[in-house]
Design a protein around this ligand. Structure first.
Ligand code: 5AD
Ligand code: SF4
Length: 473
């Protein structure tokens, strides 16, 4: 059950995620230099791997599915929970063995684990040749050149400016229909459990015109949905360096929604303290902005939220949900939840359960608390809830959320939704799958003449806790 930490977060290799991609080559082409990249953690990390792939492409590297035959093996790491770090360690041992067979190959660590483990892996264990933090990817070609000359190098400097605005990502994980666009980097929030502000640095917003241009390019290539990514999209705030003109998140949403009515716009992640009614009204005005908000509550108890330094309480969160219900009736809301945070009592845990029910989340990503070195919580509060209790509480939340999701989905039986076809369903090539505006996956039998990228009206006839089943009208 606890592997929900794993399956829900989607710790998967790019290789797994790439089924169906035409971009990767199964066997390397002789004479070309190849790189292999494996990504862990959040969508932002997968998006970063696409920026890295673009930088490496410019430097003459071609992507490969096969680490054994690659000249450069990269692992884009995540630090958010201990489990993600353990997985990366195991993979590095595998790459070490490959390197012994292929002495010229270079192994590099990218991303969130770079800063904390650079010394250990690079100098003490000599496990890797390169360590590159999330703001230093432009330096990769230079660092690779030096590594080829036998040096072990590191660049983990965090930047206040880098947004990779001018880099056109190479779509590694693509179904050709939906894509992620990074709109900002870093986080200034300092939730006490979270390592992200330390690994990804200060928050900065990307030039909105470069975002619109990337989205237009995707639309022209046949993509029909973009998800705007940031740790806290509601605090997006770009200022023109000369005129001082400002664009906030609602303004950015307007700009992207205006590209074309057939281009759907999604975003993630929203923060309850910053999500404004202005954004909700913008969503209401545009049919192509999907009516779905990922609004992590983390805990349903105000004392726990205070220890988490989330800067809102239970009532504030409930008011935000009420605003969504008022301004966007029918919108779906999903959440992230942590069980067993420092000093969490049984009563406080019960408040999380009651919040799952009250908020009627369509789904949640659920985790038990994992102390991260250097965070506010690690310095301030003992990690004193026994692991067995954290896991039992996690199980209770998962069980309740699964029931709530089932009810949420069953309430859709008989309704008709517009669905964007993404491709074949995972179980059958006789069926298509795609999402409705509420981000629910809908599976339905194919009909002649329809293809991925088309919009269809689907009537729901059955539901599980994860999927709606329907028929094209
Ligand atoms: N332990 C458990 N879960 C965590 N998250 C972030 N840090 C931790 C941690 N130390 C969860 C939060 C966040 C999601 C991306 O990961 O719920 O919203
Ligand atoms: Fe971490 Fe909080 Fe920032 Fe999210 S908003 S990345 S949980 S510090």
């Amino acid at each position: 059950m606890y592997d929900n930490n794993l399956t829900i977060e989607g710790v998967k290799t790019i290789d797994e995620a790439l089924q169906g991609s035409v971009f990767f080559k199964e066997s390397p082409t002789p004479g070309l230099r190849h790189f292999y990249i494996e990504s862990y953690g959040c969508q932002m990390n997968f998006s970063d791997s696409e920026i890295v792939a673009s930088i490496l492409g410019e430097a003459g590297f071609t992507p490969s599915r096969n680490p054994e035959e690659s000249d450069l093996i990269l692992i884009n790491t995540c630090s958010i929970r201990e489990k993600a770090e353990e997985t990366v360690r195991k993979r590095l041992r595998v790459f070490e063995a490959i390197k012994r067979q292929r002495p010229g190959a270079i192994v590099g660590v990218l991303g969130c684990m770079a800063e904390r483990l650079k010394k250990k892996w690079l100098e003490e264990e000599k496990l890797v040749d390169l360590v590159v933090g999330p703001d230093a990817y432009r330096d990769l070609p230079k660092l690779i050149g030096a590594a080829e000359d036998g040096q072990r190098l590191v660049n983990v400097l965090l930047s206040r400016e880098e947004t990779y605005a001018d880099i056109s990502p190479v779509r590694l994980e693509s179904n050709g229909i939906t894509a992620f666009i990074s709109i900002m980097r870093g986080c200034d929030n300092m939730c006490s459990f979270c390592v992200v502000p330390f690994t990804r640095g200060r928050e900065r917003s990307r030039n909105p015109f470069s975002i619109v241009s990337e989205a237009c390019g995707l639309f022209e290539r046949g993509y029909r949905e973009v998800t705007l990514l940031g740790q806290n999209v509601d605090s997006y705030n770009w200022e023109h360096p000369e005129t001082g003109e400002r664009v906030d998140f609602a303004g950015l949403l307007e700009m992207v929604a205006a590209i074309h009515p057939a281009l759907r716009v999604r975003f993630s992640t929203s923060h309850p303290k910053d999500m404004t009614d202005k954004v909700l009204h913008t969503m209401a005005r545009h049919a192509n902005i999907c009516k779905y908000i990922h609004l992590p509550v983390q805990s349903g108890n105000s004392n726990v939220l205070e220890r988490m330094n989330r800067t809102y309480d239970r009532d504030w969160y409930k008011q935000r949900i009420e605003a969504i219900r008022r301004i966007l009736p029918g919108a779906a809301v999903s959440s992230d939840i942590i069980t067993g945070f420092c000093a969490e009592t049984e009563e406080e845990h019960q408040d999380t359960l009651s919040m799952v029910e009250w908020a009627n989340f369509s789904m949640s990503y659920m985790f038990f608390y994992s102390e991260r070195p250097g965070t506010l919580a690690a310095r301030k509060y003992p990690d004193d809830v026994p692991e067995s209790v954290k896991k039992r509480r996690l199980n209770e939340v998962i069980r309740l959320q699964t029931a709530v999701s089932l009810q949420h989905n069953q309430a859709d039986i008989g309704k008709t939704f517009e669905v964007l076809i993404e491709g074949n369903s995972r179980k059958s090539d006789q069926d298509f799958c795609g999402r409705n505006t509420q981000n629910k996956m809908v599976v339905f039998p194919k009909k002649d003449g329809l293809k991925p990228g088309d919009y269809v009206q689907v009537q729901v006839c059955a539901a599980t806790s994860a999927t709606l089943l329907g028929e094209i009208l």
